[in-house]
Design a protein. Sequence first.
Length: 443
Amino acid sequence: MGRLTPWLAPPALAIGLLVAGADSAAAFDGFGDLEADSTYGDAVRFEVGLRGDTPDRIELLIRTPGGDGAFVVPVEPSGATATYVWDTSTDYLTPNTLVTYRWRATDGEAVRQSEEGRIRYEDDRPGLDWQSAQLGEATVHWYGGAEAQARRFGDLTAVGVERAEELLGSELAGPVDVFVYDSQEDFFGALGPGAREWTGAAAYSEIRTIFMWLGGGSAEYLEVAMIHEVTHIVFHDATDNPFHEPARWLNEGIATWSETREASGERTIVESEARDGGLFAFEAITEQFPIGERGGRLSYAQGTTMVDLIIAAHGPDAIARMAAAYRDGASDAEALEAGTGVDADELYAEYFGAFGVDAPTPIEPEPLAPSNVDRPAVGRVDSGGVDPGAEPGAEPPDEAAPGEEPVGSGSEPVLVGGLAVALGLAGTAAYLMSRRAARRWDA
Ligand SMILES: [Zn+2]
């Protein structure tokens, strides 16, 4: 069987030559220089020269850090050039994102890609006369009169990175940029439309960039915030894997715990909520935290106190073992067990036990009551009108689904459910009326 390879090689080579021959015979003769420039909050423009005749198809392949694949845009060439304008006024792109791209031409059977181009999407809004310096573990950028604060932030990145590397058992894997904004308008203009209005500092780990706002809080707040944000970047490097993001409560818990390396303030919050409002299951704060102030604060506090419990009961090395497990592709539960030797559910139970409460359990939704709206029988719909309640095959209104309580039993869930259905129908009617009004406006 060892002879198979030599026998297969010549035909493969011949095919390669045929393709190359077809390519050289085609009229399109390759790409010229790549050019790109950008204006923050407006657009990124890409342009490339085309040699020879226009190919059958031209596409631009755009990549941003953390993306799973390239964003492919078909581009119509104009003469000897192809141009694409990415409208970032509607398609928000975080400043300091390093965009990489290639042009691809398809001409008959032949496909050619250009070399890779790169453009950094800089925040070049008027009035932001950026200055920068390599300070601590970061390149710190500031404008106006913020140099003294910027230098302090730079020093703190060194403190934060050192602590986080020790805790997570791995090293910072690349450069970090810190942008210091003076005004709230400039700061939120950088974070884009999705930012919560209480944000005072933010880390975008995929692009290794931290945004600080000098008005975000007291000098003391800003100092711990700097430690917190840079910890997020080390955590990202320590847990980086192609499968999933580690639990959010753990990421925020480690960043918050690292601010002061203890959790007394957060413990007070959890104790008070355990008495009054109840705690969250950890599965409920794995992806996102609630938007509201109470839910957000409690999520951070639970994450921080859980990290504190893990370190107290299993030693600080447990955190590094968890990070290593994530790098190897562990799920959240597997990473927790790899770090502590304790099954995740048992660990959660221990946590809630420490605060004197039972682990929260899922709340089952009340069954939706069957409709009690009078509807014409199927097949007797007046022509010309659309009756949303009488589609063919609709259930008779008084037939309860298995497991549901019948209408009229007087039990509370049915009444509540009935009310919800009634309100829902009223809402739909109001919506439809407003749509019709809107249509009239259009006409
Ligand atoms: Zn955070």
